[in-house]
Write a protein that binds this ligand. Structure first.
Ligand code: NAP
Length: 253
């Protein structure tokens, strides 16, 4: 078992889906977890679930598009808990529209959360971790980086940018003992991928499962396991990499 006893983790997007599952698993492994999200009641619910399981967690209202507020949330975590060992920058939004119908406002909105939001938290975390001489930054990309996907211009561009940010951080911070890795999940069943039409949802998931060697879509716990691995010393020699919990639906080199 990866042991995070004595470690502090800040997780953005911790009110829902992959972020909540990751917060719960890191707390189970012994970390003190700061659960940040713009959905504050959702973050509090995550903290409640962690508390019921015997873990330690705190909720923090945070909109990652607010650069100064996000940097302050990182500094506050270090002030309160004495250190920052893990940043999992998971908060993200989805936007779907064909290129010909995509305007700049769509692109700006998605980049503000999915790219600049990650930059805001990762940059401040990197400062603290560099001073500390250790730390793991984990970013959330997507399988959309590996192929062209109809309607996903804004989303896939934002996730490709996250990968380049991660590789740059890995290069610049490796000499200071700080690691940075990206996760590119396949289709995961979360509120983000839920559709209003239950029948269309079931059909879509069925088609996705058929195309996936492991024969199913993912659940948030499938990604949380990868977050835990990257957060722990089990991945101590790994930086600048993209890990793909995707059931085998894509197998890039
Ligand atoms: P989710 O259930 O919608 O969770 C995302 C969380 O991030 C929500 O609580 C959301 O709050 C929060 N958030 C959004 N914008 C924010 C902001 N500006 N500041 C702070 N928090 C914000 O989605 P998920 O499926 O778990 O996705 C988590 C991450 O994994 C995302 O980066 C997503 O792109 C990535 N991912 C997901 C899949 C998948 O199939 N689900 C696949 C690949 C990658 P609101 O509810 O208020 O928006």
């Amino acid at each position: 078992m990866a042991d995070l006893t004595g470690r502090t983790a800040l997780i953005t997007g911790a009110a829902s889906g992959i972020g909540r599952a990751s917060a719960r698993l890191l707390a189970e492994a012994g970390a003190t977890v700061v659960c940040a999200d713009r959905d504050e009641p959702g973050a509090q619910q995550t903290v409640k679930l962690i508390g019921e399981a015997g873990g330690a967690a705190y909720a923090r209202a945070l909109d990652v598009t607010d650069g100064a507020g996000t940097a302050e949330a990182v500094r506050e975590t270090v002030r309160t808990h004495g250190r920052l060992d893990v940043l999992a920058a998971i908060a993200g939004i989805m936007h779907s529209s064909p290129v010909l119908e995509t305007d700049e406002a769509d692109l700006d909105r998605v980049l503000a959360v999915n790219f600049k939001g990650v930059l805001h938290s990762a940059r401040e975390a990197a400062r603290a971790m560099k001073e500390q001489g250790s730390g793991s930054i984990i970013t959330m990309a997507s399988g959309a980086i590996d192929t062209g996907m109809s309607g996903l211009l804004c989303y896939s561009v934002s996730k490709a940018a996250v990968v380049q940010l991660t590789k740059t951080l890995a290069t610049e911070l490796g000499p200071y003992g700080v690691r940075a890795n990206a996760i590119a999940p396949g289709f995961i069943r979360t509120p983000m991928t839920a559709r209003d039409d239950a029948t269309a949802q079931a059909r879509g998931e069925e088609a996705m499962a058929r195309a996936t060697p492991l024969g199913r879509v993912g659940d948030p716990g499938d990604v949380a396991g990868t977050v835990l691995f990257l957060a722990s010393d089990r991945s101590a020699f790994m930086t600048g990499q993209i890990l793909r919990p995707n059931g085998g639906i894509a197998m890039p080199w």
